[in-house]
Design a protein. Sequence first.
Length: 478
Amino acid sequence: MYDVIIIGAGVSGAATARELSRYRASICVLEKEEDVCCGTSKANSAIVHAGYDAAIGSLKAKLNVRGNEMMGRLSEELDFPFERRGSLVLCLSEDDMPNLQELYDRGVANGVKDMRILSRDEVLRMEPNITDDVYAALYAPTAGIVCPFGLNIALAENAYVNGVEFKFDTEVKEIKKLDESYELDTSQGKFRAKYVVNAAGVYADRFHNMVSAEKIHITARRGDYCLMDKEAGTHVGRTIFALPGKLGKGVLVTPTIHGNLLVGPTAVDVEDKEAINTTAEGLALLLAKAGMNVKNIPTRLVITSFAGLRAHENGDDFIIGEVKDAKGFIDCAGIESPGIASSPAIGEMIAELLRDKMDLIEKEDFVSTRQGIKDPSTLSMEERNALIKENPAYGNIICRCEMVTEGEIIDAIKRPLGAKSLDGVKRRTRAGMGRCQSGFCAPRTMEILARECGMSMFDITKAGGKSQIVVGTNKDTI
């Protein structure tokens, strides 16, 4: 019997776990995948939105602005990369100026600070590669870019260090309401808890509807992306948006926190909640739309494409709170954009709700900080040489594209909630994220995983489950 079970180890579930770990309570996170950050949280725009887009008075607006304010300090405490680069929403004609002004007024009402409407000349001085057709733009300097993997993993690691249990490869099948608790039937047996937090992304409606007569519906909204090489990373210095339409903020062009250029997403509603395939048509449309706002996008430098799913709830707002007819069941549903930006505030809101309902007492020994994986490239030459002398693994380059060392990969495997797959290593170190997309480093990374985890090469997977890379019948040969 746990005090709280959280379903889902994405960024909302991990943020909730981290905030709840401040208190004396038994907490468990159940995740159907083999690692944290395997669903919506791993495939998105990685934008910390300023907060001008959401409807006035909505939870999206409130939590976006609060989460944005929290992100800087959180990145310092938990040691993940975050930068306030600012964003521009482009207006391409005088006729659209009322819509841009409406966006500005909404941002002011939502509490977004320091916004300005810029003239064409101001925009082009700021971003020379913006289309010559630009008429004006809304500038929001508080917007930022973040590593979504780094944020999610940091939150989960810190929660784990503070006593939260994580159960991976544990898919929730059924939820039953008992007299004073809930019973969760999973692929790894039964679990019970006094309170349940439903942070299950695109599947949150399924679990809500198991316990409530008031049904909700979440649509999986697929977004295609193109990622370009670091050679293209300075094409723009800020996140560039088009004026929002009925399906959201449209296609953006943005630098990433690691120096690449990202273009996306499309917005296609799909019935399959696992449909993360890209399409040639979607990617072509994506690049065509991006070219309307930013000129000379170096599409020849695309190194990969991918798709993610957003959990769009029909009411077009976050659903956070105790379900009216299911006492003790806390929804954290419909978390789509601006979910990354809002995540620290989402965790704070749910933790405060449960603190008050359960009369939780704060721990005296809560650990608020976390040290990320040591990156030798950020050190001075003197410091780097000293590190390599102490541990020669930091002098052995495994991923040449991203200059990731054996020492970093070993750290990724050995640290709290460590990597168990190639994608787990990639999300923690970027080994395999560069120009060759793991073409050279994958075999060496597999060797390190096998050695450090005591596994056969036949057991190593790309992303858990049945995604083995080496297959065959004679396992004694490897």
